[in-house]
Ligand binder design. Structure first.
Ligand SMILES: Cc1cc2nc3c(=O)[nH]c(=O)nc-3n(C[C@H](O)[C@H](O)[C@H](O)COP(=O)(O)O)c2cc1C
Ligand code: SF4
Ligand code: SF4
Ligand code: FES
Length: 636
């Protein structure tokens, strides 16, 4: 296909693609996002190709490999169209049966369906699974319709209609106005109104302007942006081009971390295909609008996600933040006006232009519009990516979509907003996901990390973990951040080691306030959040560690001991065999005893002891009972 020179040619091409497609044709859709690669979608794909060939169905059945469907924990995920039958944890040996039974004979294979662990009910269609049923997948849902390397798929799904509308039916001012009216706020962390930011860059003096996609995504456990870029890079590019047109930029960059090889690959293929077809380059579709885009791979420093560091890194310098103002919109890349948005923010643009500001701002709350994608991880039954309308409650996300807490454990807290977000306790579960509500509650939206914790998680230790991450990732440019985080980390480490001192809580609070107030960039300004939010909601845990050398969650290794209850031990030897430290003394018909000096508190004995006996227990803040005297260890 040569370069398309007009909107009419693009539409003609789309119609040709649609004419070759039959909506009723069977399609085997296999998620091939990074998580499903890890669970084995590669061999499943090979089996699909082989089996279609073997059964002579290659021309009759479409096979589409897509980006992430969201339910990564249950991958590899396959959806069979036109019915929409969803199979989970698909293995290569299931493929022949799926093709013969489901595609040819139209029968559902029961054993591959989702089973609700609470009710035992099976779900046949994807949208019957509670994980999906309670979501509104306006952005992520497109992943299912598209092979990320296929421009044809994107066009068939309506791709580039928003660009055509912007270029041919709207002035740049109207585009900015639409985004402002939609109420879109940046999805990268700060929640700044995107249209307002675009206006700054648009009105900034200067001929040369830039637009940038921030796909650095360094939060531990977060992969929303990776999945969007892997699954639908065309939508990000389309959003970027519309932004460039609105602002008056002719060059764009995608700053993407090197650790996302599949996202980089799919993005580069998308750029190459768009260039071949005249959807990037000079005089796009005959509109007079020129736009090129380059990919820059980041080396994986968390700080390079901060916009001023990102700009330095793009310019070839070490990624360190600058004071703002001047903001990038005025003085950005190579001192030119630059607009930086997050991947998810850009992905929302085609939707807003296609469906209008009114459609978009009808979703959500007063101050937060549209949907938001969260990476739901931790102690929750259904982990994965979830997209919900703004205003959904944490309870809905964790219990209705996430399916609650595994085992019989109780919910304890949820951390939203990434490493420098805040922890919210059970009594704040009805908080809505809304930029302002989450901040009011002491957490933040951040870019969409959501980590669920159960009763076994020690929140002092959790604060220590995040401060450890932030201490490693602080660029060290300013003293309050570099030293403040390090000192808080030292105090948290000694508290969790059982060496907390009187006054440590007050010292933490002082350091947190100073670090928050005096740091240069938002890494330092928000780094105290894990400490402040856990101190606010779980202060008693800090006090127990410091005053009683007790970890109420029985989690901090230095504050716990393992003990075998002589009344319950049946001398089965399971714990002894598993103990890597040879710390258990036992023998046939002899009550087993743990040598506390040798024990490394690994917990293997607790896991190994049969539930029927339940003889191994954990203690904290109390003396370990003396070992049973030798003469009383025989079991009759
Ligand atoms: C330490 C730090 C890391 C950040 N990492 C990211 C990131 O990985 N992706 C992102 O979009 N924004 C990140 N941000 C926010 C950016 O500075 C910037 O606000 C954002 O890219 C703007 O896009 P938005 O308006 O669409 O949210 C980070 C900020 C800080 C302080
Ligand atoms: S596994 Fe439990 S019951 Fe068996 S020997 Fe160890 S402590 Fe005793
Ligand atoms: S906690 Fe680990 S090291 Fe200690 S006794 Fe049990 S298995 Fe051995
Ligand atoms: S990568 Fe397959 S469901 Fe997420």
């Amino acid at each position: 296909m040569p370069r398309m020179k007009s909107a009419a040619e693009l539409e003609e091409f789309r119609q040709q693609i649609l004419a070759q497609r039959d909506a009723d044709q069977p399609c085997f859709t296999l998620c091939s996002g990074s998580a499903c690669h890890a669970t084995g979608c590669g061999p499943v794909a090979a089996a699909v190709e082989q089996e279609l060939e073997k059964q002579g169905l290659t021309d009759k059945v479409r096979f589409r490999r897509t980006g992430c469907h969201g339910f990564c924990e249950q991958g590899p995920v396959a959806v069979i169209y036109p019915e929409g039958i969803c199979y989970l944890k698909v293995k290569p040996e299931d493929v022949a049966e799926i093709i013969t039974e489901t595609i040819v004979n139209k029968k559902v294979i029961d054993r591959l369906l989702y089973v609700d662990p609470n009710t035992g009910e099976k779900a046949t269609l994807e949208n019957e699974i509670p994980f999906y049923k309670n979501q509104q997948r306006l952005i992520l849902g497109l992943n299912l319709e598209i092979d990320p390397q296929s421009l044809e798929d994107y066009l068939a799904a309506g791709g580039y209609q928003a660009l055509v509308k912007a270029l041919f039916e709207m002035t740049p001012e109207q585009v900015v106005g639409e985004v402002k009216e939609a109420g879109l706020r940046g999805r990268g962390g700060a929640g700044f109104p995107s249209g307002v930011k675009w206006d700054f860059a648009r009105n900034a003096p200067g001929e040369q302007k830039y637009v940038i996609v921030n796909c650095d995504e360094g939060d531990p456990g977060a992969y929303m942006d990776r999945s969007l870029m892997e699954g639908n890079p065309y939508a990000v590019l389309e959003g970027l081009m519309i932004g460039a047109y609105a602002i008056g930029a002719s060059e764009g960059y995608v700053y993407i971390r090197q650790e996302y090889p599949l996202a980089v690959e799919n993005l580069e293929v998308a750029i190459a295909r768009a260039e071949e077809h005249g959807l990037l380059g000079r005089d796009i579709l005959g509109s007079g609008f020129d736009f090129t885009v380059k990919v820059h791979r980041g080396a994986g420093a968390f700080i390079c996600g901060e916009e001023t560091s990102l700009l330095k890194s793009l310019e070839g310098m070490p990624g360190e933040p600058n004071a703002r103002p001047p903001f990038p919109a005025i003085k950005g890349l190579w001192n030119k006006p630059t607009n930086i948005n997050n991947v998810e923010t850009w992905s929302n643009i085609p939707l807003i232009i296609n469906r209008g500001a009114e459609f978009f701002n009808a979703i959500g709350t007063e101050g937060s519009k549209g949907t938001k994608i969260f990476s739901l991880v931790g102690k929750v039954n259904n982990t994965g990516l979830v997209e919900v309308p703004m205003g959904a409650t944490l309870r809905d996300i964790i219990f209705k979509i996430g399916g609650g807490i595994p085992g019989d454990k109780a919910f304890k807290a949820v951390q939203t907003g990434g490493p420098s977000g805040g922890c919210l306790p059970a009594d704040l579960l009805d908080t809505q996901v809304d930029f302002d509500e989450l901040t009011r509650a002491g957490a933040m939206m951040g870019s969409g990390g959501m980590i669920v914790m159960d009763e076994d998680t020690c929140l002092v230790d959790l604060a220590r973990y995040f401060l450890g991450f932030l201490s490693d990732e602080s660029c060290g440019k300013c003293t309050p951040c570099r030293e403040g985080i390090r000192q808080m980390l030292k105090i948290l480490a000694r508290i969790t080691n059982g060496q907390g001192k009187e006054g440590d809580i007050e010292r933490l609070q002082d350091l947190a306030e100073t670090t928050r107030g005096a740091s240069l960039c938002a890494l330092g300004k928000t780094a105290p959040n894990p400490v402040l939010s856990t101190l606010k909601h779980f202060r008693d845990e800090y006090e127990a560690h410091i005053h009683d050398q007790r970890c109420p969650s029985l989690s901090c290794k230095q504050l716990i001991a393992f003990h075998i209850d002589p009344e319950k031990c049946r001398a089965c030897g399971a714990c002894l065999r598993k103990c890597p430290a040879e710390a258990i003394d036992g023998g046939k018909k002899r009550i087993h005893v743990i040598d506390q000096d040798k024990c490394t508190r690994c917990g293997s004995c607790l896991d190994a002891c049969p539930a029927a006996f339940g003889a191994v227990g954990k203690l904290s803040g109390e003396p370990v009972p003396a070992p049973v005297p030798e003469e009383q260890r025989a079991i009759g």
